[in-house]
Design a protein around this ligand. Structure first.
Ligand SMILES: Nc1ncnc2c1ncn2[C@@H]1O[C@H](COP(=O)(O)OP(=O)(O)OP(=O)(O)O)[C@@H](O)[C@H]1O
Ligand SMILES: CC(C)(CO)[C@@H](O)C(=O)[O-]
Ligand code: BAL
Length: 279
């Protein structure tokens, strides 16, 4: 497995491979890898010939400086996991390589930018699309893999592709969970033993909606799911919603084509997100 710290070195590696007709996949990450990330690598291997994983903790998408400061960075462990998974190359630039100078970035991502995560992390998706655009430019992949765990992120990246008319296929990968249902996340490492137990309410509340979808109205489903959070000390719900999977607006009717239940909550000091697709 090759390791690249600069765009120049990465491009020099990729150019002959592209010229020989090989298909390139990019798996963008912020490191602190777990089996969710490895599932993206494995799916990439089914869809391309050469797999590049990027590891970059992107400062412009963090809206809370403490969150950025304490973001885990176990790089040796990450490299061992990627090697074991059969990844071909790792792009791990420093901040100067990706942001050599101060730059303005603003693109129209549509109304959904300001909902859900966009409401609680103002400007987050400008930062995400700014860095993903730079990563796409550095790798020029044929396909790029993103996790459904960041449901809204996938929509925003697809909107960015449309905005720039980029010829990249986005593949959305299912959420990988721990045995008890907790969605894997790099931030889970911050959970205390008590938080770890409390965090199960996220997947349980989503599963409640899936299991009881035919029994209750949309508002009853939301109410009953939210009630599961009441009285859990140390858990603070940011939002629980059943939304239209294309617009992310609250669902108006159970008959809408794509419906998804999404949640974000602070568990102790750690903010977690999760979702389940209803249909
Ligand atoms: N449990 C998971 N299953 C599938 N994909 C995942 C999972 N967790 C993260 N991903 C995907 O991996 C990619 C990189 O995510 P990232 O490095 O931010 O990891 P993360 O675990 O989501 O970390 P955090 O949520 O703490 O930021 C994203 O496309 C993300 O959606
Ligand atoms: C896509 C991404 C790597 C951009 O920094 C990040 O938002 C993430 O890990 O989901
Ligand atoms: N997984 C999304 C990246 C973030 O939380 O900033």
């Amino acid at each position: 497995m090759e390791i690249f710290k600069t765009k120049t070195a990465l491009r020099a590696f990729l150019e002959p491979l592209k010229a020989s007709g090989l298909k390139i996949a990019l798996v963008p990450t912020m490191g602190a890898l777990h089996n969710g990330h490895i599932s993206l690598i494995k799916l990439a291997q089914q869809n391309a010939d050469v797999i590049i994983c990027s590891i970059f903790v992107n400062p412009t998408q963090f809206t809370d400086p403490k969150d950025l400061e304490k973001y885990p960075r176990p790089i040796e462990h990450d490299l061992a996991m990627l090697e074991e998974a059969g990844c071909n190359g790792v792009f791990m630039p420093d901040v100067k390589e990706m942001y050599p100078e101060k730059e303005d970035w603003h693109i129209d991502l549509g109304k959904a930018e300001f909902l859900l995560e966009g409401e609680f992390r103002r400007g987050h998706y400008q930062g995400v699309t700014q860095i993903v655009n730079k990563l796409f430019d550095a790798v020029k992949p044929d396909v790029a893999m993103f996790g459904q765990k960041d449901f809204q992120q996938v929509l925003m990246i697809k909107n960015m592709l449309k905005h720039f008319n980029l010829p990249i296929t986005i593949i959305t990968c299912p959420i990988i969970r721990e045995e008890d249902g907790l969605a894997m996340s790099s931030r889970n490492i911050h959970l205390s033993e008590k938080d770890r137990k409390n965090a199960l309410v996220l997947s349980k509340s989503l599963q409640f909606v899936i299991d009881h979808f035919n029994e209750y109205s949309l508002s009853q489903l939301e109410e009953k799911a939210e009630a599961l959070y009441a009285g859990i000390e140390g858990v603070e719900l940011d939002y629980f919603t059943i939304a239209n999977g294309e617009t992310l607006e609250p669902a108006k009717s159970k008959e809408e084509g794509n419906l998804v239940a999404l949640v974000a909550a602070k568990v102790g000091t750690t903010r977690l997100i999760d979702n389940m697709i209803i249909k």
